[in-house]
Design a protein around this ligand. Structure first.
Ligand SMILES: Nc1ncnc2c1ncn2[C@@H]1O[C@H](COP(=O)(O)OP(=O)(O)OP(=O)(O)O)[C@@H](O)[C@H]1O
Ligand SMILES: [Mg+2]
Length: 304
């Protein structure tokens, strides 16, 4: 039987024997919306079956907060590595001209989205490189990417460029994670439009909390217009539970965002800096460290 997600309209095939029960609770792989499917006799099913089945696109996650230094890049790298360790096929996209993600994975002077848009490569897949970690690929960034803003920002529909290019390779990955710069501009808007989930990392500092509410406002505007299916979840990062003011802000974030906050909290861990120095995800540098285990737990929360 074919069912359609009520929220994002993605279609799935499910085995008929699953519909032995009068109703079945399901969760959409693409947008995480939970809904109930009724067994075949239900009138709505004939409506659902009229539609063509489209491929089940991978989950595209943008990691974004316009506040700088809140662990966007660290989260992209380490969540991606944790998902890859679980056997998921992961594509990381470095969409920040600083190219920190590219550097942390040991790449320099590679092709990037600049070549994808300007014809330096035939397709986006040609610019993707395999990292030395199993299941983990990267679309690198380069300083040339800065030129794209000037060239395309005034172009009509510039915010769809990544989404449209990504669709040609999305089937090859279970998860696509996009690292964004600390500002809302060309790259961030493209990432937010391509994504079906936005992770907003936030430290427990007053100004970081404001960054969260600003990105929420932008996503709410997008939801009403361009990208109705996007889901937004806050991730507390670099948390130091011994610090009283951090505890206060953490409680405030929990009260404000409730279900839109990950249960997993990423604590401050000195091993993280060390892992950056050796250009490795923490799960490969210090597998048993607290931050490594927390990013593994976050990956499970996302997959589960
Ligand atoms: N769990 C952690 N424990 C300790 N240090 C961390 C942790 N996560 C990130 N850091 C450190 O915090 C700093 C900022 O991290 P990162 O570069 O990922 O932030 P960012 O949000 O991507 O920054 P930018 O806005 O400049 O892109 C880095 O030095 C990183 O090593
Ligand atoms: Mg960064």
């Amino acid at each position: 039987m074919i069912i359609t997600c009520e929220k994002c309209r993605t279609k799935y095939k499910i085995a008929d024997d699953l519909l032995g029960k009068p109703e079945l609770k399901v969760r959409c792989h693409k947008c995480s919306h939970r809904f109930i499917v009724y067994r075949a006799a239900h009138a709505e099913d004939s409506f659902l079956l009229q539609d063509e089945v489209h491929p089940d696109y991978s989950r595209v996650i943008a990691i974004s907060n316009q506040k700088g230094g809140v662990a966007k890049t660290t989260t992209t790298l380490n969540l991606g590595a944790a998902l890859a360790k679980m056997g998921k096929r992961v594509l990381l996209i470095d969409f920040d001209v600083q190219a920190n993600l590219t550097i942390l994975l040991g790449f320099r002077k590679t092709r990037s989205f600049y070549e994808v848009l300007t014809g330096g490569v035939k397709n986006i897949g040609e610019a993707v490189v395999k990292t030395k970690y199993a299941n983990l690929s990267l679309l690198p960034s380069s300083s040339k990417m800065a030129l794209l803003k000037k060239k395309y920002l005034s172009q009509h529909n510039f915010e769809y460029l990544l989404r449209d290019k990504l669709r040609t390779i999305q089937d090859s990955y279970d998860h696509v994670l996009i690292d964004t710069p600390p500002s809302i501009e060309f790259f961030t808007l493209n990432a937010l439009v391509a994504a079906n989930m936005v992770i907003v990392p936030s430290t427990c500092e007053y100004l970081s909390m404001h960054g969260v509410s600003q990105i929420h406002d932008i996503i709410n505007v997008l939801k009403k217009s361009i990208n109705q299916e996007v889901e937004c979840k806050v991730l507390i990062t670099m948390y130091d539970e011994r610090n009283t003011s951090e505890k206060v802000i953490c409680d405030k974030l929990r009260q404000t965002y409730r279900d839109n906050l990950f249960r997993t909290v990423i604590g401050k861990d000195d091993k993280m800096q060390e892992s950056h120095i050796v250009n490795a995800p923490i799960s490969h540098y210090a597998e048993k460290s607290s931050a490594s285990l927390q990013y593994m737990q976050l990956a499970q929360e996302i997959v589960g």
